[in-house]
Design a protein around this ligand. Structure first.
Ligand code: SF4
Length: 320
């Protein structure tokens, strides 16, 4: 349904670093399929949200291609933009900030319906949308303001607003990370239902590989602007090949591992300034990786493929 091919985003720096560039996304490719969830996993600053903005045409890539249903789209073509805005919907992390607090749910959901062609009395359509996201009975919520709802209910209204445009792709940018732990699972189950029953394709952006393992069909791992590993969720989480993915899995909560010590002594570079261009000259994980070799800082590792479509970019797995 939606594809990114070799997408790169470079940004000009300001202030003391004026004249220099920062690569936010480096040659990223991914493919979203109908009825399936692809999780994009990485830490803050790795480029996940920039890629989400590019996929929703909120930003333009410096190079690379976005395709919707096989057709290349451009931010500069008005017809492309209009079609894309309806078919690809973004759900943000903070449902309090992403809903207009001055309007009732009725108005918030009527806007996308009218923008995409509906007219007349929309009450029944709005109630149907509310009940689609398990806010039942819809009549109970339609005239509420966002501040009268809980965090989970607000996020369901944000999902209903996305569905109002009748999309084929949902992009959730950390859509459950601000919700109470107790309701995260319900919202993830709702996304799973929407994909399975309505055939939506979904990109689930998260820093939490444990939820990706539970929820996604496929996982791509991104580190410092570059995709480093990807494949079926089961393969990536059971047989992680890249040291960064191994670190993510070791640091995610797992009741079976209580008391175990990590086997990966990672170098802490959190106080060192990032020189992204230097990082991308080789493997961006080299400064933190316990297996780093001289070549890792000199040349970007090639892609190695394993069974079941599992792949990784790490010099440890190349034949040479
Ligand atoms: Fe570590 Fe080198 Fe592999 Fe990068 S390429 S993850 S530095 S071993």
């Amino acid at each position: 349904m939606l594809e990114a091919v070799d997408v790169t985003k470079r940004m000009a720096l300001h202030g003391r670093r004026r004249g220099q560039w920062f690569t936010a996304v480096d040659s990223a490719s991914l493919k979203l399929e109908s009825g399936k969830v692809l999780a994009l996993v990485g830490e803050s600053g790795s480029g996940k949200s920039t890629l989400a903005r590019i996929l929703t045409l909120g930003d333009e890539p410096s190079s690379g291609t976005i395709r919707l249903a096989g057709k290349e789209v451009s931010l500069r073509r008005r017809a492309d933009r209009q079609a894309h805005f309806g078919q690809v919907q973004l759900i943000m992390q903070d449902p309090f900030a992403s809903l207009n607090q001055l309007h009732r749910v009725r108005y918030i959901l009527s806007r996308p319906l009218r923008n995409f062609g509906a007219s007349g009395d929309l009450t029944d359509r709005i109630i149907e949308l509310l009940e689609r996201v398990n806010l039942t009975p819809g009549e109970q919520y339609i005239d509420k303001y966002p501040h009268e709802l809980s965090g989970g209910q607000r996020q369901r209204v944000a999902i209903a607003r996305a569905l109002a445009a009748d999309p084929v792709v949902l992009i959730g940018d950390e859509p459950v990370s601000m919700l109470d732990v107790s309701i995260r699972l319900d919202v993830l189950r709702l996304f799973a239902d929407l994909c399975a029953q309505d055939g939506l394709a979904m990109l689930y952006i998260t820093h939490d590989i444990a939820s990706a393992r539970y929820f996604a069909d496929e996982i791509n791992v991104i580190y410092a602007a570059r995709m480093v590993e990807g494949g079926p969720a089961e393969e990536v989480t059971q047989r992680p090949r890249h040291p960064y993915t191994q670190l993510l899995l070791e640091s995610s909560p797992d009741p079976d591992r209580i008391g175990e010590r990590s086997t990966l002594p990672i170098v802490d570079t959190s106080n060192e300034p990032v020189d992204r261009e230097q990082e991308l000259a080789g493997c961006p994980f080299a400064a933190r990786c316990p297996h780093a070799m001289p070549i890792c800082s000199e040349q970007p590792p090639p892609t190695t493929t394993f069974a079941e479509g599992h792949w990784s970019r790490c010099w440890l797995h190349t034949e040479s």
